[in-house]
Design a protein around this ligand. Structure first.
Ligand code: PBG
Length: 322
């Protein structure tokens, strides 16, 4: 009790603050999302995500090399195809945009290639799966996911990250990978993925906004926490190696509970809207860009994330190196 106890003693000098800091952020914790877009011949900045580029396949290798040189261990690859159809067929094409992107990255660098696996970028209706009577049909979608996972692994993906929130998707993908000799390819499951307004800017980048309806029949209700733990238990039983919570900052309680409950690595996705809010406020001079960026990420790590997927990864590398 005061006056014996004075917590301010350990805050008096920067050196002491450094010594007693519980959570340190490192570029080694980060994953950088990459967008490879079949419609482009030159890099194009995503209007709602300042500093983030959508890349033609010819530029993705160079970008991956740059990411690797900054010490960032992994990229999360998204593809935007030039042709979309109701079944999202190009998602599993051996010459599809993601498959070509993977090969270009592998040629240029040793960075770990994690592939997002969903149909929303590939279907003309923009939904994450196959439609039946206007609804996203779970079980026929699983067959598609399984085939896409194998085609991504064949192209050279190091890890598969299913983001569609279909029931049973991890089991279906695990079984298909194992059958095809990819038993050593890990699955990072978007296990607790919420139906969030914070994905808005991403859908511009990925050209994946649903043409009608929304994703609330498969993504989680933001009011639910216990259900997130149930989703994660199921994914773990189905064979997930890493469990993800998404978005990150508004869901720190979920991250914390996941960290306490499960002994596998926990990933957090600081999504496009979280990124763009900081960018927009900083551009207006309302907050300090670098401090807000570092604080948001440090807090995500403190809450329990081992791995953080963030559009800030390259800028963090710059700040940490300063
Ligand atoms: C689905 C997917 C989405 C994001 C990652 N994977 C969009 C969605 O579910 O609508 C969002 C990422 C972000 O907002 O940064 N393929």
């Amino acid at each position: 009790m005061f006056p014996q106890s004075r917590p301010r003693r350990l805050r008096a000098r920067q050196n002491i603050r450094d010594l007693v800091r519980e959570t340190e952020l490192s570029v080694r914790d980060l994953v950088y999302p990459l967008f490879v877009n079949e419609n482009l011949t030159a890099p194009k900045e995503i209007a709602s995500m300042p500093g983030v580029l959508s890349l033609p396949v010819s530029d993705v290798g160079e970008e991956a090399r740059c990411v690797e040189e900054l010490g960032i261990p992994a990229v999360l690859l998204f593809g935007v195809p030039s042709r979309k159809d109701p079944g999202g067929t190009s998602a599993g094409d051996p010459d599809g945009i993601v498959q070509r992107g993977i090969k270009e990255i592998r040629k240029a660098s040793d960075v770990t290639i994690i592939t997002d696996l969903c149909l929303c970028e590939y279907t003309d209706h923009g939904h994450c799966g196959m439609l039946k009577g206007g609804d996203v049909d779970n079980d026929s979608t699983l067959e598609r996911y399984a085939a896409i996972a194998v085609s991504q692994a064949r192209a050279g993906a190091d890890m598969i990250a299913p983001s569609g929130m279909m029931d049973g998707q991890v089991a279906a993908i695990r079984a298909a990978l194992d059958r095809s000799g990819f038993e050593n390819i890990p699955i990072m499951s978007y296990a607790a993925k919420y139906a969030s307004s914070f994905y808005g800017p991403f859908r511009d980048a990925a050209e994946s906004t649903p043409q009608h309806g929304d994703r609330r029949s498969h993504q989680m209700d933001p009011g639910n926490a216990r259900e997130a733990l149930r989703e994660m238990s199921l994914d773990l039983e189905e064979g997930a190696d890493i469990l993800m919570v998404k978005p990150a900052l508004p869901y720190l309680d979920i991250l914390h509970r996941a960290r306490e409950r499960f002994d596998v690595p926990i990933a957090a996705y600081q999504v496009s809207g979280e990124y763009s809010m900081i960018k927009a406020a900083a551009a207006n001079g309302w907050i300090d860009h670098d401090r807000a960026m570092m604080e948001s990420l440090r807090c995500i790590k403190r809450a329990g994330a081992d791995i953080i997927i963030t559009y800030f990864a390259k800028e963090v590398a710059r700040v940490v190196a300063e």
